[in-house]
Design a protein around this ligand. Sequence first.
Ligand code: GTP
Ligand code: MG
Length: 134
Amino acid sequence: SERTLILVKPDAVRRGLTGEVIRRIEAKGFAITRLEQRHISRDIAEQHYAEHADKPFYAGLVDFITSGPLVAMIVEGEGAVAGMRQLMGATNPLEAAPGSIRGDYATSIGENLVHGSDSIDNGEREIGLFFPDA
Ligand code: GTP
Ligand code: MG
């Protein structure tokens, strides 16, 4: 079935929101088929966000995503990529709908709690980076 890589980012782990994110994924009906808390290296972070390498926020993004442990998951189900983007809400939490994870719990575009792959192809690439044996 369709797969996407979800990250509970370091701000959400620090704030004790890991369980809330997992609860929403399960309540929606998606399957969590891999899950691991880890503190990622700068190398992995730079590969994960390679598409943003020339953006002004890239250095801060890599600093943030490596600032503490995160929880990486493979989430599976019909329409998992788009469905998880809906659950997450818009990138800028101030524009994210109430009821979405970012809309309900975040205010900062830099610290927006969750990552979800933005396409099936990127999802498979990111799963290969975080869970090479999956
Ligand atoms: P991810 O799931 O983390 O990939 O977020 P996204 O797909 O909703 O957004 P995108 O891939 O475009 O950007 C990756 C991350 O970079 C976002 O989650 C933000 O934290 C950060 N980011 C994106 N745009 C900006 C910006 O204009 N300013 C700042 N400070 N950060 C940004
Ligand atoms: Mg993205």
